[in-house]
Every structure is written in structure tokens, then in C-alpha cells.
Write a protein that binds this ligand. Structure first.
Ligand code: ATP
Ligand code: MG
Length: 347
């Protein structure tokens, strides 16, 4: 999957003839995405599922993969299909893919899956344009609701991205949304990323993050709960959620369940921002109303922003807020934000 954007205001048009240095990498539970400046001075984002499938290495399986034109590698005596191809193949054969990450971090149950993630990342990032080219990659903020180890996760990717020939630099995921969506606001405002494993929030003032946190609830949390109450597999729940429904207007019991958990997720994230902001010290004074930018695959459901605004209106938010909007490219905004941060050389 490739998306092009020729209108990014943060990229200087005078650099149009030369490809800019620096890359952005979104390390996500559901998707891995790499943002690169293209020849036209715009941004190209390559996205792959963060998933793989391993198949016993026998003649029959090899022939099958060759016939289906599915690319594979041989790893530890098994045939391994990675990324989008793994996802498609799993669907055809009614299998589940293996996923290297869960709840925003490298999964403790899939430690041996790191080489698969490295292969996918190598594929989407490509070679560095110069040795030691900067690559900003996103990491989640510490979670409020689960005890997770972001330091270990960050270290693993620092090492992986360095081994691919880049100078690796971690940036918080919500902060990346601020870089991607709030350039016109001088990088001041709230960036929210609603992903597969998590929701990440960051409040920034003139590009400096004042408050960042995550909650271990995202698309997977909605799928798990919807599957539970409806008695269906999680993949079916994900399908209901992604098939183009509108959570303001659920058409049946299944859609109703999705809508209920969406509202709950949004309310949970908003209440946490409110509580954290009220109890936070050294918060800057926002005299002007600030904007809230939402991104991430989970924000793509129909009616998301409208429900977000409804829930926002119900709570007494401690800050003056102007515009509440969703990124036009919700799935790739984080990767773009990482690239923008790399281009600016932001710490
Ligand atoms: N059209 C859609 N409607 C609703 N949900 C969607 C849609 N498309 C994708 N999703 C959901 O978006 C989630 C993946 O989003 P995204 O790629 O932003 O997550 P991620 O960055 O990989 O995860 P995280 O940031 O939590 O580590 C999945 O739960 C998927 O079901
Ligand atoms: Mg994400």
C-alpha cells in the first residue's frame, strides 16, 4: 500500500529537486509504516501489516506459494510469509497470522518474531540514502492502565534500526501526530493516535511535549469486547468494525456493540487527558484555544469525530479547545509525523 501526498506544508518547496534526507517509521501493533520524501518533494508512505505466517517447509507448500506468487523466505527451516501477503494468505486458508506485537509493544509471547519484524521494516524503509541517515521511529508513552516496559521496547528498535544502517531516534507516538497535523498551529495542541493496541496522547506547546501518556485500549480492545458480547471470533468483530459502518447510526445488534465500545474508548481517553492535565504540574498556560488532532486506524470508522465531539461536550475539559478534527490520512499520519520531526531535527 502506498500513499502519496504532494501538499505537505511542512516540507520546504525549495528542496523539490533533491530528495530530502531522513525517514519516519511508525512501529505499530497492527501496521508498520515508513515515510520517505519522494522525488516530487512530497511524502510517500509504505505500509505493511505487522504480521507473518510460518508454514512447514515441504515441497507441497513451496509449490503452493510459488503458484500463488506469494513471496516467502526460509527461516529456521520454515517458510515465512510476511506483511500484507501473510494477512491475505491467512484469510484464504482460514488461519490466524502471528503478530509480533501486542498492546503497543513487542509481545512477550512472540520474542522469536523480531527477525520477521526486521524483514518487514527493511522492506518498507529501504536502504539508507547515505550511511547513518536519520530515522525517527515512534514509541508509545508509558501506559496509565497497565504496567508495561517501554524502555525495553525502545531499546530493541533502536538497535534494529541502527543495524539497518540508520541513526535511530525515538519519538513519542502522540508527539508524532502533533508534527504531522499541527504545523499550522506552530506545533501547539493535542495529538491523539488511536491505534490497534493502544491510544496515545500528547499535549505539546510550540513543539515541546508537556504531557504524554497511553492507555492499552485500541482497535484490538474493541474487537475483543465485541467478540465477547456477540460470541463471535475476533476477526469477525474486526470485520464488522472495518466494513464501513457509522457508529452514530448502528444498523443491528452487531454494529450497536461496536458503537458502544467506541464511545467507551473515546470517553476513557478524554477523561484521562482531563484528569492528567488537572493534576499535572508545570503545565504551560494555553491562552488561545488549542486544537485536537486525531489519527490512527481506529479513528477511521464512520462518525468517529462526531462521537468524539459529543463525548467532549459532556466532560468539563480543563482547557479552551478550538478545532477537533481527524487527520485526512489517519493511517499514515504517525509515520509522516516521524518524518517531519526528522526533517526538522527535533529532539
Ligand atoms: N476503516 C476502519 N474502520 C475502523 N477501524 C479500522 C479501519 N481501518 C483500520 N482500522 C483499525 O485500525 C487499527 C490499526 O490502526 P493503526 O495502524 O493506527 O494501529 P497501530 O499503529 O499498528 O497500533 P498501535 O499504535 O496501537 O501500536 C486496527 O485495530 C484496525 O482494525
Ligand atoms: Mg500507532
Amino acid at each position: 500500500m502506498t500513499e502519496q501526498d504532494h501538499h505537505n506544508p511542512s516540507i520546504d518547496s525549495t528542496t523539490e529537486t533533491t530528495v530530502g534526507l531522513g525517514k519516519g517509521l511508525d512501529v505499530g501493533t497492527a501496521n508498520l509504516a515508513a515515510a520517505v520524501q519522494n522525488d516530487e518533494g512530497g511524502i510517500t508512505v509504505n505500509v505493511e501489516r505487522n504480521a507473518f505466517l510460518d508454514i512447514p517447509s515441504d515441497v507441497y507448500s513451496k509449490n503452493m506459494l510459488t503458484k500463488l506468487k506469494v513471496p516467502y523466505v526460509v527461516h529456521n527451516g520454515k517458510l515465512v510469509v510476511i506483511g500484507e501477503a501473510a494477512f491475505e494468505l491467512a484469510n484464504v486458508f482460514g488461519r490466524e497470522t502471528r503478530r509480533p506485537m501486542a498492546d503497543g509493544l513487542v509481545s512477550p509471547n512472540e520474542q522469536d518474531a523480531l527477525p520477521m519484524m526486521k524483514m518487514i521494516i527493511q522492506k518498507i524503509l529501504g536502504e539508507p540514502q547515505v550511511p547513518g541517515e536519520l530515522c525517527y521511529f515512534c514509541v508509545p508513552a508509558e501506559s496509565l492502565d497497565v504496567d508495561n516496559n517501554v524502555v525495553y521496547h525502545q531499546g530493541l528498535f533502536e538497535s534494529m534500526v541502527s543495524k539497518l544502517g540508520y541513526t535511530a531516534h525515538a519519538i513519542n507516538e502522540g508527539h508524532a501526530v502533533v508534527f504531522s497535523e499541527l504545523a499550522e498551529n506552530d506545533f501547539t495542541g493535542i495529538g491523539l493516535s488511536f491505534g490497534g493496541g493502544m491510544a496515545n496522547a500528547c499535549i505539546a506547546y510550540k513543539s515541546i511535549p508537556c504531557l504524554s501518556f497511553s492507555v492499552a485500549r485500541g482497535g484490538d480492545w474493541i474487537d475483543k469486547n465485541v467478540a465477547g458480547v456477540l460470541g463471535v471470533p475476533r476477526s469477525k468483530a474486526a470485520h464488522i468494525k472495518e466494513r464501513g459502518i457509522d457508529i452514530r447510526d448502528p444498523k443491528n445488534r452487531e454494529e450497536e456493540a461496536v458503537a458502544i465500545y467506541y464511545r467507551s474508548l473515546i470517553n476513557y481517553v478524554l477523561s484521562n487527558i482531563k484528569t492528567r492535565f488537572e493534576s499535572g504540574e508545570n503545565m504551560p498556560n494555553f491562552n488561545e484555544p488549542i486544537d485536537i488532532a486525531c489519527a490512527g486506524g481506529t479513528s477511521m470508522v464512520g462518525g468517529f469525530i462526531e462521537v468524539f465531539r459529543e463525548e467532549f461536550a459532556k466532560i468539563d475539559f480543563p482547557l479552551p479547545v478550538g478545532r477537533i478534527f481527524r487527520s485526512e490520512e489517519a493511517l499514515t499520519a504517525v509515520a509522516k509525523g516521524c518524518l517531519v520531526a526528522a526533517a526538522i531535527g527535533e529532539d
